[in-house]
Design a protein around this ligand. Structure first.
Ligand SMILES: Nc1ncnc2c1ncn2[C@@H]1O[C@H](COP(=O)(O)OP(=O)(O)OP(=O)(O)O)[C@@H](O)[C@H]1O
Ligand SMILES: [Mg+2]
Length: 432
């Protein structure tokens, strides 16, 4: 055969894939001119027809055009129809191939089926038979490509959903962090605002400043400064969370920190009408925790302890040094006790055990089981965010500490927080 490729006009001017709502593409492979032409006449109205007189030309055409269905003679000089089938499937597994057979052995036919030929037609064939075979092949091709398309679409949707879920989670975490900043800064701001009011009152009443007034002003300004520093530290800490930078590493002298804490608590609005007792830590010990975090943890627990009942009650804070690791087997979660952060707890002595105890109403087991969940609160609407204990847990986890709670109705509540600690050279630890 001299002319092995004959493209119809449309296909020769523009690649078939770019045609709008294109006709299906049929590739006819036969080394005899007669059958090739008659097949072209049968299908030219319904298909873009590509003609190939040998295997290599057929493969080249399939590489250049989006062939949907191919008809190939099995017995051809050079590359056999079986090989054409195999290579076409290699170029595009979606091409459906109808084989035309003359005197083939069953072995050849079996091979064709194994290579996923769509159909085979015996020579000589009538027009209706070949039309029906090609029609079936086209239907199968359409169905399979729709299926493939839908599967791809589904995969894309699934991936998009996954991305969206991750984005939502990031946004939610950010939201929680922003809410936490506001929650934590609210405490110092309340103190600042109370002190400023006090100062304004004192200043508006004074005609001129006496020595005593000056001392009063200085003292109050010191507290305000400390609270402002606190706010800055809190925002810095959360900004570092948002940047995903890990550890904060400032160790504080526990005695001094507790002295600061006592001052904060004394002026805290929630402390009014209740009794507050602080037993300071007398061993020379420092935390391996950021000082602001340490105060924040205790302050959240203390404020909760004040808020657990409007009736006057007592909140007691005490700390002591543990020189042995905790026996973790004794901490079992029950209806009235919980132990948190077991997995990440650094149980290497020395440890600092800080206890916050109240003789308030205590908690029912249903409440106790949920108190560390973000947004869980039993307070009236707009009274609490339900973030306080979640923040406590996060801070303690970052410090590689652990939390133990015991609470039962009528028995009050005791939180014990275990912090990894360091022993300081003596004479350096106590104050407050
Ligand atoms: N000492 C306690 N006694 C009794 N219940 C407590 C005590 N501490 C916490 N709870 C319970 O745990 C819940 C969650 O506390 P959390 O500090 O997380 O949020 P909140 O105090 O309700 O809100 P916010 O901290 O924003 O003021 C409280 O609403 C309360 O029901
Ligand atoms: Mg709280």
């Amino acid at each position: 055969m001299s002319n092995s490729t004959m493209l119809p006009d449309a296909a020769s001017t523009a690649p078939v894939s770019e045609l709008p709502r294109r006709k299906p593409v049929l590739l006819i492979v036969d080394d005899e001119e007669g059958p090739r032409q008659s097949l072209q006449i049968i299908f030219k109205d319904d298909f873009e027809v590509l003609l190939a007189a040998d295997g290599p030309t057929a493969i080249a055409l399939a590489q250049q055009h989006p062939v949907d269905v191919a008809i190939t003679d099995i017995r051809m000089a050079g590359m056999s129809g079986i090989e054409v089938l195999e290579r076409l499937k290699y170029v595009n597994p979606g091409i459906e191939v109808v084989m035309i057979t003359a005197y083939e052995t069953t072995e050849t036919l079996r091979q064709a089926l194994r290579l996923q030929a769509c159909d085979y037609i015996n020579k000589p064939f009538d027009v209706a038979t070949i039309r029906a075979a090609v029609q079936r092949a086209l239907q199968r091709h359409t169905l399979e490509s729709e299926l493939r398309h839908n599967t791809e679409h589904l995969e894309a949707l699934r991936a998009e959903l996954q991305n969206q879920r991750i984005a939502e989670q990031i946004a939610q975490t950010r939201g929680e962090i922003y809410a936490s900043i506001i929650h934590d800064i609210n405490g110092p701001l309340t103190v600042i605002s109370g002190f400023l009011q006090m100062l304004n009152q004192r200043l508006s009443q004074a005609q001129r400043l006496e020595a005593g007034d000056l001392e009063f002003l200085r003292d109050r300004l010191r507290v305000i400064t400390r609270q402002v520093t606190n706010c800055i530290e809190i925002s810095r800490r959360y900004l570092s969370y948002l940047r995903q930078s890990g550890e904060s590493a400032m160790s504080g002298q526990v005695g001094h920190l507790l002295g600061d804490l006592a001052q904060l608590v004394r002026v805290h609005p929630t402390a009014q009408r209740h009794e507050f007792v602080l037993h300071n830590v007398h061993e020379p010990v420092g935390g391996r925790t950021n000082g602001t975090d340490f105060i924040q943890v205790l302050l959240n627990l203390i404020v909760n302890a004040f808020q657990c009942s409007p009736h006057p009650h007592t909140v007691e804070v005490r700390g002591h040094l543990l020189e042995r690791p905790l026996d973790l087997t004794q901490f079992k979660d029950t209806a009235h006790t919980r132990f948190l952060n077991m997995e990440s707890f650094d149980n290497t002595p020395p440890l600092l055990a800080m206890q916050v105890r109240d003789n308030g109403p205590g908690m029912a087991p249903e409440t106790l089981s949920r108190i560390f969940d973000p947004w869980f609160t039993t307070k009236e609407r707009h009274q609490g965010t339900g973030l306080g204990l979640n923040i406590v847990q996060r801070l303690v986890r970052a410090a590689r500490g652990a939390i133990h709670v015991h609470s039962a109705p009528g028995q009050g509540t005791t939180f014990t927080v275990y912090f990894p600690a360091v022993l300081l050279p003596s004479g350096n630890g106590t104050a407050g």
